[in-house]
Write a protein that binds this ligand. Structure first.
Ligand code: GAR
Length: 197
């Protein structure tokens, strides 16, 4: 049976677009919702033009009450009845209760070769460390931040004249290749990791 996928974003949603575009033909999944914690997220408008239902749950009125924010988000998600949730540039840390609700069914893309550089500013940190290579990871989401089982990784070389911006751009190209491939396999029940190149 076709899997239903909800995608959570906070920004431009370029990964979200690649995921949506990939779910056609014999792909085992289809996008049923794009939701954001930011009503102004550019990705929401882009999803709407593609005909994907959208939802915005602004986290700001909830201030530090993450549970209340997540309850509102959960209401939107449950209405869409997804089998799989893809975090794609979703920049809110989720509580253990929320993560457990979707355990084994929630994926994330992170811009580093995990377990290196969990959290933020991954490109700056890779450059500061003098790493020869960098990349991105798609993993299952577990309660500990950026720590779940790895489902795929793609590597890029770090060039001598790289800035955080040029490096981020090169990694993003790989995110766009890797995430759709991982989702396709995951939706078909295959959790063996993929490594690019
Ligand atoms: C991507 O690079 C993604 O890996 C990163 O945010 C960017 C979102 O871009 N996610 C994280 O840093 C999560 N910790 P997009 O909105 O264009 O897909």
């Amino acid at each position: 049976m076709t899997k239903r996928v909800a995608i959570l974003i906070s920004g431009g949603g370029s990964n979200m677009l690649k995921l949506v575009e990939s779910m056609t033909g014999d792909h085992p999944a289809r996008a049923v919702l794009v939701a954001s914690n930011d009503p102004d997220a550019g990705g929401l408008a882009r999803a709407k033009t593609l005909g994907i239902p959208i939802a915005a749950v602004d986290h700001r009125p909830f201030r530090k009450d993450r549970a209340a924010f997540e309850a509102a988000l959960l209401t939107q998600l449950e209405a869409a009845d997804p089998d799989i949730i893809c975090l794609a540039g979703f920049m809110r840390v989720l509580t253990e209760t929320f993560v457990r609700r979707w355990e084994g069914r929630m994926l994330n893309v992170h811009p580093s070769l995990l377990p290196k550089y969990k959290g933020l500013h991954t490109h700056v940190r890779a450059l500061a460390a003098g790493d020869a290579e960098h990349g991105c990871t798609v993993h299952e989401v577990t309660p500990e931040l950026d720590n779940g089982p790895i489902l795929g990784q793609a590597r890029v070389p770090v060039l001598e004249d790289d800035t955080p911006e040029t490096l981020a751009a090169r990694v993003l190209v790989e995110e766009h290749r890797l995430y759709p491939e991982v989702l396709k396999r995951f939706a078909a029940g295959d959790r063996r990791p993929i490594y690019f190149p």
